[in-house]
Design a protein. Structure first.
Length: 194
């Protein structure tokens, strides 16, 4: 393992800790950690501040994922090294050290990483999300199918040996969303009984 690779991984985590929602909230004199879900992600930013905050946060958080992956390709790192860096930028977003681990939930950053890392499994993620969405009418539940399709493509294509860090981070993202998933499932179950 080279010194350059270690520096690349360290930078990946640090870039991940750049919380777009926190800076937008600071600009508006709002600490998003004290409002609604307390999450420093696009959904909470949009709910508290407005639609522009949602889009700006999504672009910022997704952009840092794209940036880190493209940096890895520019440095001519291996696929596995880039996959680790992609996982680390998401970990930085989920658990920013300067905010005592109180970050976002990782969807936008994952999208950026997945898109730049390999568009084919990313396409499977998008299709897996879009197909059940009209029926479930829940982004949270549809997201689960998207992640399953992404993992399925990685396994089917034989990319798991180099892409397993990204697959592992998906499990962490789902764990971070556990309360949202349970709430969405209970809401759908309640609606079906009406």
């Amino acid at each position: 393992m080279s010194y350059l690779t270690i520096c690349y991984w360290l930078v990946s985590y640090l870039v991940g800790t750049f919380m777009t929602a926190w800076w937008i909230g600071k600009w508006k004199n709002i600490d998003l950690r004290e409002h609604r879900s307390g999450n420093l992600g696009a959904r909470n930013a949009g709910a508290v501040i407005g639609k522009y905050a949602f889009f700006a946060t999504s672009l910022g958080d997704g952009g840092k994922g794209i940036l880190i992956v493209l940096l890895g390709y520019f440095l001519k790192e291996t696929q596995f090294t880039i996959a680790v860096a992609g996982a680390l930028v998401i970990i930085g977003h989920l658990f920013p050290i300067w905010l005592k681990g109180n970050g976002g939930k990782g969807i936008a950053t994952f999208v950026g990483v997945a898109l730049a890392f390999n568009p084919l499994p990313f396409s499977a993620f998008v299709v897996g999300f879009l197909i059940p969405f009209p029926f479930l009418k829940s982004a949270t539940l549809s997201m689960i199918f998207g992640y399953l399709c992404y993992i399925g493509w990685i396994i089917y294509s034989g990319c798991l040996p180099v892409a397993w860090p990204i697959v592992l981070i998906i499990l962490i993202i789902l764990y971070k969303h556990r309360s949202d998933i349970i709430e969405s499932y209970q809401e759908k179950a309640w609606q079906s009984k009406r």
